[in-house]
Design a protein around this ligand. Structure first.
Ligand code: CA
Length: 247
């Protein structure tokens, strides 16, 4: 199954080999167990303003910029774009509700996986649509020495959020690698689409409530049940990348 996925990627992209130099990590739902707080914050704020919004929708829209999510929901309800002032204030409210929750815990297996990458000379890169102010402090605290500013793409860096490939293309540029020298780790359907659209081998970790098929239908090359699962099988996967070559 892993071998078939790698072969299929190589044929689709007409390349010979995945020579892994960097792994591009999404943050919420991948490095931190934070998505249930985001979903709760979205539902609370949107419903308090009279919008229909379910927790599942929060997971389906995960990865978009907050502004784009608000606009989509507004347009669905009222048939026109949301006034800019309203978009800003709703997003601020959502961030305030999120910040009132306890600090999210790191995802089990994430640090261990990062340590294996570093030990193998593979560069971890952060690619998130988040612009949370506490982001850098939190990364440093829970994943010391793993991410440095030159290897981070955040909401402040990109014009287009996921599912646009821009954030992942910028991640490649920051790591100075080609798409076939990288791998993406994502938990959200739109994030998977962004990684695939950037031409990168994209691994989904299903850490939320959506069925596996949503992530597979978004184009994920492989799917793992958790970050711990990916971490436990990392050496085998890395070995497969190294050994599979097509001519
Ligand atoms: Ca995510």
């Amino acid at each position: 199954m892993v071998k078939d996925s790698i072969l299929s990627y190589l044929r689709r992209h007409a390349c010979h080999h995945i020579g892994l130099k960097a792994v591009l990590f999404d943050m919420d739902g991948v490095l931190f167990n934070s998505m249930h707080y985001h979903a709760q914050a979205w539902v609370t704020v949107m419903r308090s303003h009279g919008f229909d919004f379910t927790p599942e929708e929060a997971y389906m829209h995960e990865g978009r910029t907050g502004m784009s999510t608000i606009n989509l929901i507004y347009r669905r309800q009222y048939g026109c774009d949301a006034p800019a002032g309203l978009v800003d204030s709703l997003y601020e409210e959502k961030c305030a509700v999120f910040a009132s929750f306890p600090e999210p815990e790191p995802m089990p297996g994430a640090l261990q996986l990062l340590q294996q990458l570093k030990a193998g000379g593979i560069q971890p890169v952060l690619v998130t649509g988040s612009g949370q102010h506490s982001l850098f402090r939190r990364l440093d605290h829970f994943f010391p020495g793993m991410f440095s500013r030159p290897y981070m793409v955040t909401a402040y860096d990109v014009k287009q959020g996921k599912p646009n490939p821009e954030p992942y293309l910028m991640g490649l540029t920051k790591a100075d690698v080609q798409p076939w020298e990288a791998m993406v780790v994502e938990n959200a359907p739109l994030g998977v689409q962004a990684g695939v659209a950037a031409g990168i081998f994209t691994v989904a970790v299903n850490t939320g409530p959506l069925p596996d098929k949503v992530l597979l239908e978004s184009g994920a090359d492989l799917l793992f049940s958790s970050m711990q699962d990916l971490c436990d099988r990392w050496q085998d996967l890395h070995q497969m990348f190294s050994s599979i070559t097509i001519v």
